[in-house]
Design a protein around this ligand. Structure first.
Ligand code: UP5
Ligand code: MG
Length: 203
């Protein structure tokens, strides 16, 4: 596909900020396809014959970032699949994607925008660490996610502050960030998000 065929929004925010929760709602109202980089990596980790399984497993547990080539390829493949399944792009209608949890390191951001397409904007869910920790520990009781434990959560927070916030700051300087307070209830966060996006996307 050509960059002109797609509209991409990056969805960023700390671990447990509610990216996945909000994306699920946006899909319904705005006709986006939701691609979570973390979900794609978890699927690749368990895919039979994947050469990256062990690497991905170790990175996720450790809260560190999988080498960007792996993630960019998974995202690009998922975008291609989506477009192919929907019968291709036609009549100037763009396929809309929410890319959730990516880019979380500067090299990924530069690589994706050079190799795939520019992001229309960055939706940033801002949430204090103590609230995110509470959510993740609660989810950890039933999620089965290998990184929903106190030790991995601490490491994920550190990676977020040291490595991923600089990406948000980079886009902020370019005036491409829509920042939403992610502390209130899911419904309240969504109302705010929906209103802000409607304004920016013009629909
Ligand atoms: N919840 C949600 N919103 C709430 C609200 N407003 N009030 C109260 N509770 C709320 O939500 C988390 C929990 O909070 C849920 O139980 C939810 O019900 C509740 P969720 O919507 O899942 O939050 P999200 O921000 O999506 O949290 P997630 O845990 O998915 O964030 P991470 O960014 O940590 O996880 P991700 O899957 O993106 O990445 C995992 C790992 O993959 C990374 O640590 C990294 O190792 C690797 N990775 C890469 O290497 N490269 C990438 O590009 C991406 C990931
Ligand atoms: Mg998520």
């Amino acid at each position: 596909f050509s960059p002109d065929d797609v509209t991409v929004l990056f969805v960023l925010g700390g671990p447990g900020a509610g990216k996945g929760t909000q994306c699920a709602r946006l899909v319904k109202d705005f006709g986006f396809t939701h691609l979570s980089a973390g979900d794609l990596l978890r699927a690749e980790q368990t895919r039979e014959g994947s050469e990256f399984g062990a690497l991905i497993r170790d990175c996720i547990k450790d809260g560190s970032i999988v080498p960007m080539e792996v993630t960019v390829q998974l995202l690009e493949n998922a975008m291609k699949d989506t477009i192919a399944t929907s019968g291709g792009v036609s009549g100037g209608a763009k396929a809309r994607f929410l890319i959730d949890g990516f880019p979380r390191k500067m090299d990924q951001a530069l690589k994706f925008e050079e190799a795939v397409c520019l992001a229309r904007l960055v939706l940033f869910f801002d949430c204090p660490e103590d609230e995110m920790e509470r959510r993740l520990l609660e989810r950890g009781k039933t999620s089965g996610r290998s990184d929903d434990n106190a030790d991995s959560i601490r490491k994920r927070f550190r990676t977020f502050v040291e490595t991923s916030m600089p990406v948000v700051d980079h886009y902020e300087k370019e005036g491409r960030v829509v920042k939403v307070d992610a502390t209130p209830t899911p419904d309240a966060v969504y109302r705010d998000t929906q209103a802000r996006l409607t304004k920016v996307l013009g629909d």
